[in-house]
Write a protein that binds this ligand. Sequence first.
Ligand code: NAD
Length: 487
Amino acid sequence: MTKPRLQNFINGAPLANDSGETIDVINPATGEVIYEIEVADDKVKTAAIESAKEGFKAWAGMTAMERSRILLKVVALLREKNDELAGYEVLDTGKPMQEANCVDVVTGADAIEFFANLAPTQVGQQQDLGGDFYYTRKEPLGICAGIGAWNYPIQIACWKSAPALAAGNVMIFKPSEETPRGAIELAKVYIEAGVPAGVFNVILGDGDVGQWLTNNPDIEKVSFTGEVGTGKKVMQASAATLKDVTMELGGKSPLIVFEDADVSQAVSAAMLGNFYTQGEVCTNCTRVFVHESQYKAFMKELVERTEQNIKAGDPMDLEVNFGAMISKKHQYLVMSYIEKGKAEGATLVTGGNTMTPAGAEGGYFVEPTIFTDCTDDMTIVKEEIFGPVMSVLTFKDEAEVVRRANDTSLGLAAGLMTKDITRAHRVIHQLEAGICWINTWGASPAEMPVGGYKLSGVGRENGIETLDHYTQTKSVYIGMVDLEAPF
Ligand code: NAD
């Protein structure tokens, strides 16, 4: 049987490559190839740049109100197609439909709505200089590149393109080669809503295609989501042509459960922050610090709920709340971390195996896994695993836990559970992380800027400030009197 094939999406339509090179895309919940993508070759890459240049002329030439109106149509279409698009995300990522149908497209559309509404509020300044005066214009940067990870494909494509397009830029987006469909579907929606051709092009391929984007002198900015190591390469390549960069990278985030916390709420936060999207979330609280007075009660409820309430299986089944790892390779990587945890002396309390749930026997599942007796120097406590592996640690006092929570080169997220309002803010202000939660975990609305401290990132996504990162200020000085020259 011939495989369905997805082509690069350039200038408002699919564009065939000449090289014939393809990559298979696998449904992680079945292990089956579901389609193949054509890798962008020289013809496609050249067309992507040429069409982006034309798209930029049309898009940047519109008023912000005109752009906003079109983007709001994109939002309406995304919401209309929510379940269809969520279904594609499930097939590509292996995540449960019960998440995808209320988070992935929804939060993507929210970001486009937020920036569409913000676009017309962007204004320059004017200042009188005693006769002469100057004014400033907020101008778009030009062609921006977006490079996405595989865990939230359509959401990442929306979060990157929303502020870029709202500010009048165009974007060439490269999705992860493991989950490319969402970006292609988004590109079609942009066209259907009336966004001019060339404003959002999608090029397909692996890291080599990503590298071509970061090296390309016609591209002004790169917004990247992925691993720290890849982020460093992207930033280094971008430096050659002094591109602006936004980096959304990995994390090893702490959740602190104080002695006065509500145990059930703390367990909910720990489970959401380790097992949602089967643990493949960058902000996950993979280091759970529990006050020693709460430890017994916390562990009892945590293990009970993990063993009873998590249901793996065919992710399309709305009862299933736990999906498959993105690939066989990733499943192996997660399992190798679990082996390291055991070898380094952590106690495996539950999980720790691969799974073959009924209805998804060929999938790359890993059981929700909890380790206790963890120490700060263990590999599972130090390195990002990006799977359903929770390390529980205990602590005695506030100063100690703040020091230990910050003892990492990463700084994406942090959170705490307490009823003590002053302690909540005192501790949060000391935690070295860009996204913090008090008595909750994981919410990331479009209004709130998100991004990492330390090696977890550069710049922010979402929130008002992000729009500024997609504009440059032009200052215009106006002489009102005759120019005096000493020559
Ligand atoms: P990855 O770094 O392997 O790949 C990310 C993207 O970069 C892919 O599209 C890939 O093809 C491309 N790429 C690879 N090499 C490249 C190169 N040299 N130049 C340009 N592009 C290149 O990451 P992944 O495995 O897809 O995603 C998982 C990682 O993403 C985790 O570390 C996770 O924490 C992180 N992540 C971060 C956030 C955030 O917002 N901070 C969100 C989601 C995921």
